[in-house]
Design a protein around this ligand. Structure first.
Ligand code: GDP
Ligand code: IMO
Ligand code: MG
Length: 430
């Protein structure tokens, strides 16, 4: 019997999901993306080779693994084709292994224009989006005016849908945002080309997954972003436009909820965030600078510096509950190697009251002051340690404390960017 395992972020993204998905596919036959779009940046490091993936699932570097883009993902055809082309140049054979659902909403240039115009208009209140058009593409999906991948394959339908949608968006761009309109006929031509290029990759992803599962294969469901960026449960409005919690794996791939066997939550050993929004444990001192420096904390998609802070057990515990996380993977433990003391946020203080759960409103979360527990650092290099017993005692105690606070076991520890720098206590496919 195969197993279906969801891997998702439990913070504000960039927890190291890509690395862990790549690692776990040693025992899986397929990987599926189920939400988000090319706002994601998932980094895989194998020896000297570093690969950053945005839409292509993180199983692509293993020759026998099939990669699916499920209906919940918003797909920029140009970004997908560029990524495929780039991987092909690197010698990755992928045409026979990658499939994209015809139901995926398409991200087009007018979405990018609206995303950027809106951020500009918000000024200091901007969300700090990746500027990739993700929000407007999801808006079009829900508004029932968006194109889907399957529409690109029907020239007449495609032309008329693009003309109508672009006309609407040009009105908004010009009249509301006082921005330049997009060139409608150029987008129509581009779309017709995308349809031809993507046609061989389009499939009924839900049906293919169903078949794989029926025949006993194991599948990894690869989340993008993190629980605190979930459009419902995250720090709204400073969130992304999709659900990033475990329920989305079912909706965004077409696989029923009872088919999942495990949910692995990925958390960094500290916290980072790109873009605006509340971040209770954010640091503005030398410790924060050290985290950014040692962790190379620059966004994999936009290159923006990531905000850094201590581990927030209140938020991660909440995130794990939202997704029914069955096991945790703590990444970037090595980044804390040189600290003499490490802090964990175990509660918040707000208006003279102690809180053990996060405030559900962003403006309330902004007023929360972290209550810290101090734990001794280990001052030892952990990179490449492969056994639990091999970890320094203080590092083990730090991880045990996180597990105790979150009430979920730590099954995997990552101590370096490389696929091999990983300590697996319990493999989710065992
Ligand atoms: P994702 O979006 O969750 O896949 O994460 P990103 O790839 O955006 O960001 C994680 C970054 O940390 C990447 O540069 C990874 O190569 C790197 N990384 C992952 N795990 C580790 C680790 O255990 N230690 C260190 N030092 N780097 C790591
Ligand atoms: P991965 O999958 C970190 C953030 C943006 C912004 C907010 C909304 O690599 O973890 P959007 O462009 O989605 O409308 O931006 O969400 N964001 C991410 N932050 N990692 C990501 O993806 C992110 N994807 C979006 O910075 O704050
Ligand atoms: Mg990332």
């Amino acid at each position: 019997m195969g197993k279906n395992v969801i891997v998702l972020g439990t913070q504000w993204g960039d927890e190291g999901k890509g690395k862990i998905v790549d690692l776990l596919t040693d025992r899986a036959q397929a990987v599926v993306r189920f939400q988000g779009g090319h706002n994601a940046g998932h980094t895989l490091v194998i020896g000297e080779e570093k690969t950053v993936l945005h839409l292509v699932p993180s199983g692509i570097l293993r020759n026998n693994v099939r990669c699916f883009i499920g209906n919940g993902v918003v797909v920029s055809p140009s970004a997908l084709l560029h990524e495929i082309d780039h991987l092909r140049r690197l010698g990755v054979e992928l045409e026979s292994r990658i499939r994209v659902s015809g139901l995926c909403p398409v991200v087009l240039p007018y979405h990018v224009a609206i995303d950027q115009a809106r951020e500009k208009a918000l000024g200091r209140q901007a969300i700090g989006t990746t500027g990739r058009g993700i929000g407007p593409a999801y808006e079009d999906k829900v508004a029932r005016r968006g194109l889907r991948i399957a529409d690109l394959l029907e020239p007449e339908i495609c032309r008329s849908m693009v003309e109508t949608a672009a006309d609407y968006h040009n009105f908004v761009l010009q009249q509301y945002f006082k921005a330049s309109p997009v060139d409608i006929s150029q987008i129509v031509e581009e779309c017709l080309g995308y349809g031809e290029a993507l046609a061989p990759l389009v499939a009924d992803v839900a049906a293919e997954l169903y078949q794989l599962i029926e025949q006993g294969d194991s599948v990894v469901f690869e989340g993008a972003q993190g629980a605190l960026l979930d459009v419902d449960h995250g720090t709204y409005p400073f969130v992304t436009s999709s659900n990033t919690t475990a329920g989305a794996a079912s909706v965004g791939s077409g696989i029923g909820p009872l088919q999942f066997d495990a949910v692995m939550g990925i958390a960094k050993a500290y916290t980072t965030r790109v873009g605006s929004g509340p971040f209770p444990t954010e640091l503005f001192d030398q410790a924060g600078e050290a985290l950014a420096r040692e962790g190379h904390e620059f966004g994999a998609t936009t290159g923006r510096p990531r905000r850094c802070g201590w581990f927030d057990a209140v938020n991660v515990k909440h995130a794990c509950r939202l997704s029914g996380v069955t096991a945790l993977c703590i990444t970037k433990l090595d980044v804390l190697d040189q600290f003499t003391e490490v802090k964990i946020c175990t509660a918040y203080q707000r208006a003279g009251k102690r809180m053990d759960t996060p405030a559900s409103q962003s403006n309330e979360l902004m007023q929360c002051v972290p209550v810290y527990e101090r734990v001794p650092g280990w001052r030892t290099r952990t990179a490449g340690i492969r056994t639990w017993q091999g970890l320094p005692g203080e590092a083990r105690r730090y991880l045990e404390r996180l597990s105790e606070l979150i009430e979920v076991s730590v099954d995997i520890v990552s101590t370096g960017a490389d696929r091999d720098d990983t300590l697996v206590v319990r493999h989710p496919f065992d």
